[in-house]
Ligand binder design. Sequence first.
Ligand SMILES: Cc1cc2nc3c(=O)[nH]c(=O)nc-3n(C[C@H](O)[C@H](O)[C@H](O)COP(=O)(O)OP(=O)(O)OC[C@H]3O[C@@H](n4cnc5c(N)ncnc54)[C@H](O)[C@@H]3O)c2cc1C
Length: 407
Amino acid sequence: MPRWVVVGGGAAGCVVAARLAQRPGHEVLLVESGPRFDGVPTPAASDLGPYLSDPNRLLPTEVVRRPGRHPEPYLQGHGLGGSSLVNGSIVTGDDPGGHLLPLEEPWAHGPLSAALLDTDPHARPVRLVRRDRRRVTVADAYLAVAPDSLTVVVGEPVRSIRFEGRRATGVQLAGGTYDADAVVVCAGAIRTPALLLRSGVAVPGLGDHLQDHPAFTLTLSLTDGVADPTAPTISCVADHGGFQLLPVEHLSTPGYVALMVGLTTVSSEGRVRLGRDGEPVVELGQLTDPGDRERLVAGVRSALELLSAEPFGAVVERVFVDSAGTTTDDLWSTPDRFEEFVVEHAGGHYHVAGTAREGVVTDAGRVRGYDGLFVADASALPGVPRADPYLAVVTQAERLVSTLTVP
Ligand SMILES: Cc1cc2nc3c(=O)[nH]c(=O)nc-3n(C[C@H](O)[C@H](O)[C@H](O)COP(=O)(O)OP(=O)(O)OC[C@H]3O[C@@H](n4cnc5c(N)ncnc54)[C@H](O)[C@@H]3O)c2cc1C
């Protein structure tokens, strides 16, 4: 009877574990380092903030965004469901089908989204991974349909993968070992390469080609009385082919919203290395490519021009370009500093991908030079996709799991 261990119960890991367990006669162990949230009431339909501020749902992670910067916190989901516990759960690309995620149209548009849909011919409603307006995580969607041949262990980080020669034979946890005929690593694009490196896996390019979607946030104060607390946090996006405009209707301070300018076509690359303590050291390399910088700066200029259009006048009071209260007037008054300011203040969308892409793995997800060792998460994507990556990760996992075989 083939025995599988799947490491990481996130967007990819839940798909892989559930599908493998559906194979007659296969036994699957899914090991997740974070907790299980079954039965924990989900916050109100429109809220994203409570998820993002819940430390139980976050795996402490730091990244250096650009060379020369200090490490800063970076959001990654922790627990069964992985980053689908905390993500915006928006789907912006085409839906190829063949997955179990329920997709809903937004039930309303807040004032900023309505103005964008009115003004920008590129603006379209997104789809939300929801059922009856409530978040459905990938664990909710997939593990509920998994048979008894799936065993789930939570609260146990996998320390290393065990080998006989170049064949994976199981995993090492704090409390003991689990034997397996094959191991599928789905610990996310930061921790998958770190775990493989920590386990002694040597494949050229492992941990390289790290990508993310950089984004610059414009914070807007709303005109009194226009806020809609019941609207989805994100309900539409304007894709300008290279960058997207993403209205965010709820921030932690009531009366404020945000327009995020996110780069969708990304050339910059960073990498994940292993620190002395065995933990990942992450250099995002954000905006190191001059073309990326140009496109993001052009996107911010377009967004600022768009905001001067009439439909926004009725809902937006003031526009701020950082959290220190710098206004657009301050920024325009020093035009030679515009690009530097945008690059310096850019954040990102937490969409890491590409650190074990094809080359490190075969097109069937097998780690080159090793038997019984696979990668099926965002690490195996060719880079960060043009659209928001959640659905791409789930559909890639569906494709890869159908090809996985024990040696
Ligand atoms: C804040 C945020 C907002 C986002 N918003 C969107 C969005 O709106 N739309 C969209 O398309 N995408 C969004 N994303 C991205 C999307 O959620 C990810 O692309 C996707 O979840 C990646 O899937 P994954 O399986 O690679 O990793 P994850 O879903 O992060 O899963 C990795 C899992 O592995 C576990 N793990 C790590 N190390 C170990 C170990 N050693 N042992 C055992 N378990 C381990 C982690 O706890 C985690 O559960 C967002 C992401 C974040 C963080």
